[in-house]
Design a protein. Structure first.
Lengths: 251, 251
DNA sequence: CGATCTGTTGAAGTGAGTCAATAGTGGTGG
DNA sequence: CCACCACTATTGACTCACTTCAACAGATCG
């Protein structure tokens, strides 16, 4: 079954309970032994409020390339990523795509703006999600300042990240975009190895480039010894300082 | 006195009480008769809390081209725009600029992310601001869920706007960028006339283009009858539907 | 009424895009 | 286990939208 069919099927079903996503069996209090709780928004909740969140959550799994939500659909569900990686993107009628972010374990999808999703979300890898019904979540949010405080914090961080990305898209060269991207993908500050769960096209759609330019630029950076490609989805940063300078536009 | 000098002076003084900004004399309760209160975040406050906000606010005026805050400075002040227009921007070491937003009456500057401003702000026109000391404001915020709720709302709206702008910067042509920009500058949905308080360079720095491309593209849109330039800072949208199609990429 | 800034227009250059061929890569079934 | 297939990534040749460099025109203001 080609991906396009999966996607069109998914676009028809507005509900994440669709046959495409697998409901995960969980205990009555699934949140208590959650592996990503510590790094997720839900860690601000305790006691009663935590119990309320646990009560409305459902676990759900998506396969690689499955659409989780589609822009334009009714925003009835909110998500938290338990495992895997997700892309968030906007599309244009002629097929142009702008990916606005990649998310992974512990990230919250859908600080809601309106009743309609402004973005699509798709699984880059097999993904496990916590799903919250919008209504119940909003009710909890209204009664729980600590939760709102935490989401406000997340929203501010997202605004800052979005503005950094605007600078990248508006003013950086392809080399600078790739350097910035690779440095951002470093999770631990000490690491030098990166795993890229996304394809070249997805990197291109994130950086406002084409697949070919991404590939050529990575090859050039390799030739110049700044990085090493240790597999098509693995990169080692060989000269972090020069990459930092490049990313900042000092080169 | 050239602009560059004003800016470098301003960058030395981290405090908006600097000689460059004029302190506005105000009554003991300046907020009560505020013209922009209805459209500002402060409208959510009442009674006691409103009084507390009034107590910490100071009025301040900036001339055209004055720097209000500079990225990298300590984020000790928050602002609300009472009159005039402001640009928010990020810069690169070699002088490249990306404007991330234009703000006007009623807009709040500085949903704070860290202790350091991530952006610079400069007056496009003569500007009057409410200035709040960060500490006092944060204290009020911590004790007033309604305020936080409102700012959360603003932050969410900003995230959505930022993502729209990423699509523009990453994937739209110069024509599409200008069409999108002009439609966004329409304040009332029924209007067709736009006043642009910013220069061609500033439009370019917002849209990720050069001044020349902005000028040429506006000329082309005029030649094609989509807009009319009724002064270098005034535009009339002659064919809104075609502009909308263009902005959406359906053309 | 010149000086200065901002905006427009023209000509030439270029970084990234497009189109196309080739080379890896991973999954599947014989 | 390998051979094939389908897909993804790389590389090359060429094109083009936007930039750069430069001249000119209009506005604004002492």
């Amino acid at each position: 079954m080609p991906v396009s069919e999966i996607m069109s099927e998914s676009s028809q079903s507005k509900d994440p309970t669709s046959f495409l996503s697998r409901r995960l069996s969980r205990s009555a209090s699934p949140c208590e032994q959650c592996a990503v709780r510590a790094q997720s928004f839900c860690s601000v909740l305790e006691g009663q409020e935590f119990a309320r969140l646990s009560a409305i959550v459902t676990g759900r799994a998506f396969a690689r390339h499955q659409t989780i939500v589609q822009e334009g659909d009714r925003a009835d569900w909110l998500f938290n990523i338990v495992a895997g990686a997700v892309k968030l993107y906007r599309t244009m009628p002629d097929g142009r795509v702008q990916i606005v972010g990649f998310l992974s374990e512990g990230d919250f999808v859908g600080i809601p703006v309106s009743d309609i999703y402004a973005l699509s979300a798709e699984a880059l890898t097999p993904v496990e999600l916590c799903v919250f019904p919008r209504r119940s979540f909003d009710r909890l949010l209204a009664e729980c300042p600590a939760l709102e405080h935490r989401l406000f914090d997340l929203a501010r961080t997202e605004v800052a990240a979005a503005r950094d990305h605007m600078l990248l898209l508006g003013r950086k060269s392809a080399r600078e975009r790739l350097a910035t991207f690779l440095l951002n993908e470093l999770r631990q500050p000490e690491a030098i190895d990166i795993f890229l769960p996304m394809s070249r096209i997805e990197i291109a759609d994130y950086l406002g480039l084409t697949m070919e330019t991404v590939s050529r630029t990575l090859s050039a950076l390799t030739r110049q010894g700044l990085i090493a490609l240790t597999g098509s989805d693995r990169v080692r940063l060989m000269q972090i300082d020069r990459l930092r300078a490049l990313a900042a536009g000092e080169d």
